[in-house]
Design a protein around this ligand. Sequence first.
Ligand code: ZN
Length: 223
Amino acid sequence: MAARTAAPAQPLSWGPKGLPVPFVTAWSEEKPTARSLTTRTDGAGLCYRDETPADRDQHGVLWARMRLAPGEGRPRYRLLHPVRQRHAMRALLCQGCGGSASRTSRGWLFLMPGSDISAGTDEVEGMESALCTKPPVCEPCALLAPRHCPHLTNPIAVRSRRPRVWGVFGDQYAPASTSRGFTHVPTDGYLPYGRSACARWFVASQLVLELTRCTRAPLPTGH
Ligand SMILES: [Zn+2]
């Protein structure tokens, strides 16, 4: 299967049934590479032993490393590839196919798990300013996703006129009592940009958008 980076295309597929594999899904051959993670020589945070400028975002936050080999091995549906997820979030690309996400005068189309929302209403109170780690979708992929994504059993569609970069999701660490060591700290995984003391000990794996100016949208039906 041809390797693909960020070029919009049809979703990759996998297995005898040709199941679609979302653009942002990580594949089993896309191994994480955390071995070179270490404490900075000044003790003021984490770094990679062989760090390059590409390892940090414009806020100085360190990002998880993962090999880029879409289509190799098996899809790991519950895991997003940090590079493709971040690219899709920043460029508001469809998480399914990597093409342009659906956008109307009411904003970009996002699918959210229905259990997060009070059922049976058009209310979007639960959605306004919701933090989101899944990139938007195009209408054809919005039609496919509920059939194939186990976490989207009763999805609701939301349009956000202003999806705003909020921060990152990932792993929080802290200096360990032993010299030059560090230890994982259990948190909810969300870190807003601007909290530099925590950010120095954080390894991001997903970009987080805050969905603002939201309205509920009908789910695409294909008719
Ligand atoms: Zn799509």
